[in-house]
Design a protein around this ligand. Structure first.
Ligand SMILES: Nc1ncnc2c1ncn2[C@@H]1O[C@H](COP(=O)(O)OP(=O)(O)OP(=O)(O)O)[C@@H](O)[C@H]1O
Length: 267
C-alpha cells in the first residue's frame, strides 16, 4: 500500500480521456485533490462530473490517462486488486441509491459484509447503529426501510452507509439535490462537521452554490472537456471565463454570496 507523503495529492488525475461512441466527454483532464480538503466539482449538465467520479473509483475505464488514489493506480484494475484502496473510501451516489429491500441498518452493513465477511451480526448491528446516529438520524431509523424515510433522511442513511468503513476519502455526488434549502443547509453542516471530526477528504459534485460557499475549500470547474480552473471561489471569481462568471456572478451566485455575507455579519 502506498504511503502518502505530506502534500501529496490523495487523488491525482492526468491526461484523462473518456468518450462514449463519438461523444468525447473528457480530454486531457488533470486534477489533484489534496489530503484533508473539501473539493467541489462543478460544471454544466453533461460536462462529465459523474463520469469523472466513476473513473476515479474505477467504475469507468477511461480511453486514456492516469489516475491514482492514495498513490495507487485505479485504472483498468480487477476488483480484487483494488480492495485495499476501496476500503479507504466511501461513496454517496446520486440519489442516495439505497437498497429498497434492505432496512437502513442493513444498507449500512452492506460494505461491512463485503469487505469484512468475518464480522459477526452483533458487531455489524453495533457499527450500523453507531453510523445511523452519527449522521443525525434517530436511533429508531435503523430498522426502517428507505420508503419510510423523508428525502433528507434517505441522504443521511446513504451517508451512514458511505461512512460504514471509516473512510479517509468521501465521494458525494449531488448530495443536496432534491432537498429543500433548510434540509440542504443541514446536510452541508453535517458533511462539514464529519469532515472536520474525522479528518476526511471530500470530493463533492454539486450544483448547489450554497454548498460550495458553505463547505468547499476549493472548487474545480469542468468545462470544455477538462478542468479549466481549480481554486477558492475568490480565485475563480478573478478569472474572466464566461461560464465561471455566469455561474458565480449570475443571479443565483449573487444570492449565495449575499447569504454568506449575511451569515458572516451575524458572526
Ligand atoms: N454509460 C454511458 N453511456 C453513454 N453515455 C454516457 C454514459 N455515462 C455518461 N454518458 C454521457 O456522458 C456525459 C457526461 O455525463 P455525466 O453524468 O458525467 O454528466 P454530469 O456532469 O454529471 O451531469 P449532471 O450535472 O446532469 O448530473 C453525458 O452526455 C452523458 O450522456
Amino acid at each position: 500500500m502506498g504511503l502518502m507523503k505530506r502534500g501529496e495529492p490523495i487523488i491525482r488525475v492526468r491526461g484523462l480521456k473518456n468518450s462514449f461512441g463519438e461523444q468525447v466527454v473528457h480530454e486531457d483532464l488533470d486534477l489533484d485533490v489534496m489530503k484533508g480538503e473539501v473539493i467541489g466539482v462543478v460544471g454544466g449538465s453533461g460536462t462529465g462530473k459523474s463520469v469523472l467520479m466513476r473513473s476515479i473509483i474505477g467504475l469507468q475505464t477511461p480511453d486514456a490517462g492516469e489516475i491514482t488514489v492514495f498513490g495507487e493506480d485505479t485504472v483498468d484494475k480487477e476488483e480484487t486488486e483494488t480492495i485495499d484502496i476501496r476500503k479507504r473510501w466511501g461513496i454517496l451516489f446520486q440519489g442516495g441509491a439505497l437498497f429498497s429491500t434492505l432496512t437502513v441498518a442493513e444498507n449500512v452493513q452492506v460494505p461491512l459484509r463485503e469487505f469484512y465477511p468475518g464480522l459477526n451480526q452483533a458487531l455489524l448491528d453495533e457499527i450500523a447503529a453507531y453510523k445511523v446516529v452519527m449522521t443525525g438520524l434517530p436511533p429508531d431509523a435503523g430498522p426502517k426501510y428507505p420508503a419510510e424515510l423523508s428525502g433528507g433522511m434517505k441522504k443521511r442513511a446513504g451517508l451512514a452507509r458511505a461512512l460504514a468503513l471509516d473512510p479517509e476519502l468521501l465521494f458525494l455526488d449531488e448530495p443536496t439535490a432534491g432537498l429543500d434549502p433548510i434540509g440542504a443547509a443541514a446536510f452541508d453542516e453535517l458533511t462539514l462537521s464529519l469532515q472536520k471530526t474525522l479528518g476526511l477528504t471530500v470530493f463533492l459534485i454539486t450544483h448547489d452554490l450554497d454548498s460550495l460557499y458553505a463547505i468547499c475549500d476549493r472548487v474545480a470547474v469542468l468545462a470544455d472537456r477538462k478542468v479549466i480552473a481549480v481554486g477558492t471561489i475568490d480565485e475563480l471569481l478573478a478569472l474572466d471565463h464566461p461560464w465561471i462568471q455566469e455561474y458565480f456572478n449570475g443571479p443565483r451566485g449573487r444570492a449565495a454570496t449575499a447569504s454568506v455575507t449575511r451569515e458572516q455579519a451575524k458572526g
